[in-house]
Design a protein around this ligand. Structure first.
Ligand SMILES: [Zn+2]
Length: 166
């Protein structure tokens, strides 16, 4: 009998993060480039751990060549993109009405940066949707300080004004 044993597996996915115009050596001209973040999940069954390798590349829209970027810049982008991806996933979950799951995602984004404004916005909206107005208040208070004229922020304030009294 033959056993196929998978000792490890890995899944690679990538996210298109942002675009910028820059010079391409291959094309010899300015071209639009897209930043991609790759996430490679490594599962190892011999030990109970999973790890994720993250890397960032840029792809030229002219010649489609994909290149790596300097390590220091890559490190900074990985940090920023992780937060952005988490918040985007949180927004998607919010739109599907999965408020608790969305809140968990935004909490992960806060772990990377406790002052991350998009995570504050999503967290506040989730908490309002979950009727946890007092928990939402701390974010709304912060957001109003930063964006006193923002329509969305003021709408959130109105939503919790009666229960929280401000
Ligand atoms: Zn090119």
């Amino acid at each position: 009998m033959i056993f196929f044993v998978h000792w490890s597996s890995s899944d690679v996915q990538y996210f298109k993060m942002e675009s910028a115009d820059m010079y391409c050596d291959e094309c010899g001209s300015n071209q639009k480039h897209t930043y991609r973040m790759y996430e490679k999940k490594n599962k190892s069954y011999s030990v109970v751990t999973t790890s994720t390798d993250r890397s960032v590349t840029i792809t030229c829209h002219g010649c489609l060549s994909e290149s790596s970027i300097p390590k220091e810049q890559e490190k900074q982008l990985v940090e920023r993109y992780q937060k952005e991806i988490l918040v985007n996933q949180a927004i998607e979950l919010y739109q599907q009405g999965e408020y608790s799951k969305a809140l968990k995602k935004s909490k992960k984004a806060f772990k990377k940066d406790k002052n991350y404004v998009p995570a504050m916005m999503v967290s506040a909206q989730c908490l309002i949707a979950l009727n946890k107005h007092n928990d939402a208040k701390k974010y709304v208070v912060e957001l109003i300080k930063m964006y006193p004229d923002d329509e969305q922020v003021n709408h959130m304030r109105e939503q919790i004004a009666q229960t929280c009294g401000f």
